[in-house]
Design a protein around this ligand. Structure first.
Ligand code: H2B
Length: 95
């Protein structure tokens, strides 16, 4: 069973993810992505979907035209876990 990160591990991990913000409800991290248009935004979402499915770890997200809002949280852990940190790095690597 995956566990929530300790406060210490969380602080360390977030220092390496400067574009991500902590959100309280659900306990996780969020980032807004803006693209030139819908096609670019949806192409990004397609790439993230492939990564997420491979990792069996899925974002909470929404899309409005050229904007994608993403929250990473681990339902199985009830909050932020290493899986979210790993996926955030993979997502950042797509940009
Ligand atoms: N994604 C996220 N974000 N959190 C989870 O706890 C989670 C998931 N659990 N994707 C996975 C799927 C689980 O439901 C399946 C059965 O492995």
């Amino acid at each position: 069973m995956i566990e929530k990160l300790s406060d210490e591990a969380r602080a360390l991990a977030l220092a390496d993810l400067p574009e991500w913000s902590v959100v309280a409800e659900p306990d996780g991290i969020s980032r807004r992505f803006t693209f030139p248009d819908f096609v670019a935004a949806f192409g990004f979402m397609t790439q993230v979907a492939i990564l997420a499915e491979k990792a069996d770890h899925h974002p909470e997200w929404s899309n409005v035209y050229n904007r994608v809002d993403m929250v990473l949280t681990t339902h199985d852990a009830g909050g932020l876990s290493q899986r979210d940190i790993d996926l955030a790095h993979q997502v950042d690597g797509l940009l």
